[in-house]
Design a protein around this ligand. Structure first.
Ligand SMILES: Cc1cc2nc3c(=O)[nH]c(=O)nc-3n(C[C@H](O)[C@H](O)[C@H](O)COP(=O)(O)O)c2cc1C
Length: 200
């Protein structure tokens, strides 16, 4: 499938067959997340795989009883690292050594790091981890798996149930399984309504 075909045919899949999802396919989905781009290549994310029925049952309460969380053979919680600053200098240096950044960009990045508004950190964690999640969603579809983001939830509860330490942002649960539905495409706004040229 070419890329646009992949994007066009992806749907949020909420019903799954009972067929188990092999570990190597889950690994490929995770690999797609690992390879996603991030600010200064900070890779500020962790992925937590849930297969256990007891854990799912607890999560079910935290997602306002959305059935797909019980039914999906696999859930992947996408977690953003809220303060990746300790690792950013090393990551940025790697980019300089690889020729992607000049030293002036590194100096600027270091300056930004020193002056980063803590309120922006969570936004950045959300931004970066959501990109990784989007990659995983497409990877699941490419493998023939069905996937749906679940973010209508009590984030604090999800983090507590999954015993995630402080300092992580819950970007969403990805519910994954073999599709047992083939929904029609959901409507999208026309490009004419959302695309601008040169200036807004
Ligand atoms: C950040 C995010 C959160 C979402 N949360 C939920 C959710 O909690 N439950 C659900 O059933 N679908 C959820 N979805 C799926 C959307 O409803 C779905 O992407 C949208 O309706 C478009 O349909 P499509 O993905 O099939 O194109 C979420 C999607 C995103 C990107």
């Amino acid at each position: 499938m070419d890329f646009m075909e992949l994007v066009r045919t992806r749907r949020s899949i909420r019903r799954y067959t009972n067929t188990p999802v092999p570990e190597d396919l889950v690994a490929q989905v995770l690999e797609a997340g690992r390879l996603a781009p991030s600010r200064a290549n900070s890779q500020p994310w962790h992925f937590l795989v849930v297969r256990d029925a007891t854990v799912k049952r607890e999560l079910y309460s935290a997602v306002y009883h959305q059935q797909l969380v019980l039914d999906a053979p696999v859930l992947i919680a996408v977690l953003g690292v809220i303060d990746p600053r300790p690792s950013v200098p090393a990551r940025t240096l790697e980019l300089v050594q690889a020729g992607a950044f000049g030293m002036d960009v590194k100096d600027f990045a270091d300056h930004v790091l020193d002056n980063w508004n803590p309120a922006d950190l969570k936004t950045d964690a959300a931004l970066n981890s959501a990109i990784a999640g989007a990659y995983m969603t497409l990877a699941a579809h490419a493998l023939g798996l069905g996937c749906c983001w679940v973010k209508l939830c009590q984030d604090d509860e999800v983090l507590r149930i999954l015993e995630v330490p402080n300092g992580y942002y819950h970007a969403g649960l990805l519910a994954i399984g073999w599709p047992d539905e083939s929904p029609a495409s959901r409507p999208r706004l026309p490009l004419a309504e959302i695309v601008h040229h040169e200036r807004f």
